[in-house]
Ligand binder design. Sequence first.
Ligand code: FES
Length: 147
Amino acid sequence: MTSFTVNNQPVHYELDPATPLLWALRDASNLTGTKYGCGTGDCGACTVDIDGEAVRACQVSIAAIEGTFVTTIEGLSRDRTHPVQQALIDANVPQCGFCISGIVMAASVLLRKNRDPSEQEIADALTNICRCGIYPRLATAIRQAAA
Ligand code: FES
């Protein structure tokens, strides 16, 4: 059994310990806001917060995160629209929306660590891929959320 905390709830998975966190979240916990894009750690659609760090959930096994605290997009925005989400809405950022939960997770981690990120720091932290090409509006929205 592998145990850790997801969105402030203890979880105990009877899965192969090598199972990627992405699939434990999606298939065992029905937390489908964490998206599968590439499975190779490149796109960032699967980004979650693990102990305050933005982590690509397709690249980490459940065994590797025993005892940690995981926050998914569902946990981040359970009680309210997160300021990053509101900034993305206000700047009309999302198009197809598939990559957005991963971007929100990466941006929320960035802003928790750095309340006034530079353009370069935003670019360094948000390496998520968006096929719709929202990047210019996204950078504006992140700066708005930081303000
Ligand atoms: Fe994990 Fe693309 S699905 S980085």
